[in-house]
Design a protein around this ligand. Structure first.
Ligand SMILES: *Cc1c(COP(=O)(O)O)cnc(C)c1O
Length: 378
């Protein structure tokens, strides 16, 4: 070989020679065939991989890993939570179909449902899922799917998943649940009979705020369609991000255990602060805890700008779920696209702060919020 050729082919023999302790990153756009029979084997389903958009060991591992934890037979990873949700919806609904969704949706999902699905010919009605008679009233001839979230943002309403599944079964509909907030550590919607479960793996599955990814798991037949939507719409996750997601996933239970326990302590503490208008923290989510998000409505007694300026090491961010405690201003970020009337009806106020509790020591977390409250009191 001449230099240029050698330079490009230096690694050809490295693959699979070493048995590494962790899975290597298959940072490749495609897989090679030894001969035409080997190529034919792929198309006969006897060989795993051909082209990374269609499948890659690192991204498949992440989908399978979450499916296992959710108790679902099949899972797939995608480039974002939103693309996983889109893949799941398109696995059930096509042009001319109707979806009934909860009105207190995550802002990005609301955008997708309210503004993008119409271009696919799919109509969505948003109703208050807390009142199940409203769900039944919204069901029409062409309804195919009920869509909700296991725990909602930012008010942390815990969905009656069994109740939603019952309505769907009575009307011959499919169900899909976004399980991002509780993660499978706390709630496993598939075990209630939900057909598809979606995640923004950008949040607790990844857990370190260094990844954008999505997961969809569920029934075999629906997952075949969801996976083909992800592949054919080009919403696949890259190998490195799949690997990173797997690394995060390994510590999900440890993180959720600590974060839920810290959140419970913070919620109990803030609940005792008489000048804070209201603390939202759910009860009875799971025997293992109630999740890592605490939402506080500061009400009239605090200067919001000073509160956000006095959070010491707690960062102000437009997201949640990392190992570090962070805060979000929902009206300024996640609920910016939600119309003001809807926001007010939902109870998402201008004095609301959403806290994503991390893995630090509970005492230190409590101290930061005590100081921010003391420094922003009017
Ligand atoms: C973040 C989030 C999404 C969207 O996920 P991306 O990874 O940002 O695409 C969907 N649902 C919920 C509940 C989320 O928190």
């Amino acid at each position: 070989m001449k230099f240029h050729t050698k330079n490009v082919h230096f690694q050809d023999k490295v693959d699979t020679v070493e048995v590494s302790k962790t899975k290597p990153i298959y940072q490749t756009s495609a897989f090679s065939f030894t001969d035409l029979d080997d190529m034919e084997n792929f198309f006969q389903g006897k060989k795993g991989y051909m082209y990374t958009r269609v499948g890659n060991p690192n991204t498949d591992d992440l989908g399978k890993g979450v499916a296992d934890l959710e108790g679902a037979p099949v899972g797939a990873a995608s480039a974002s939570g939103i693309s996983a949700i889109l893949g799941g919806v398109l696995a059930v609904a096509k042009a001319g179909d109707h979806v009934v969704a909860t009105e207190d949706l995550y802002g990005g999902t609301y955008q997708l449902f309210a503004h993008e699905l119409a271009d696919f010919g799919i109509e969505v009605s948003f109703v208050n899922f807390e009142d199940q008679s409203k769900i039944k009233e919204a069901i029409k001839e062409n309804t195919v799917l009920l869509y909700t979230e296991a725990v909602t943002n930012p008010l942390l309403r815990v969905e009656d998943i069994a109740g939603v599944v019952k309505i769907a079964d009575d009307h011959g509909l499919k169900t899909m649940v976004d399980n991002t907030f509780p993660s499978p550590y706390l709630i496993r919607p598939y075990t209630y009979g939900v057909n598809l479960v979606a995640h923004s793996a950008t949040k607790y599955i990844g857990g370190h705020s260094d990844l954008s990814a999505g997961i969809i798991v569920g029934d075999k037949d629906l997952m075949k369609k969801a996976k083909s939507k992800i592949v054919n719409l080009g919403a696949n996750l890259g190998p490195f991000d799949g690997w990173l997601g797997c690394r995060g996933l390994k510590t999900l239970s440890l993180r959720m255990e600590r974060q839920s326990s810290n959140a419970q302590k913070l919620a109990d503490h803030l609940g005792k602060e008489a000048s804070v208008k209201k603390v939202y923290y759910p009860k009875g989510v799971s025997a293992k805890g109630n999740g890592a998000i605490v939402t506080v409505d500061l009400g009239e007694n605090y200067d919001l700008h000073n509160f956000f300026r006095n959070l010491n090491w707690v960062k102000v961010v437009p997201t949640l779920a990392g190992v570090e405690t962070s805060v979000t201003y929902p009206v300024g970020t996640s609920h910016r696209p939600v119309p003001k009337e809807t926001r007010e009806r939902l109870g998402v106020t201008e004095s609301m702060v959403r806290i994503s509790v991390g893995i630090e020591d509970a005492e230190d977390i409590i101290e930061v919020f005590d100081q921010a409250l003391a420094n922003s009191k009017k």
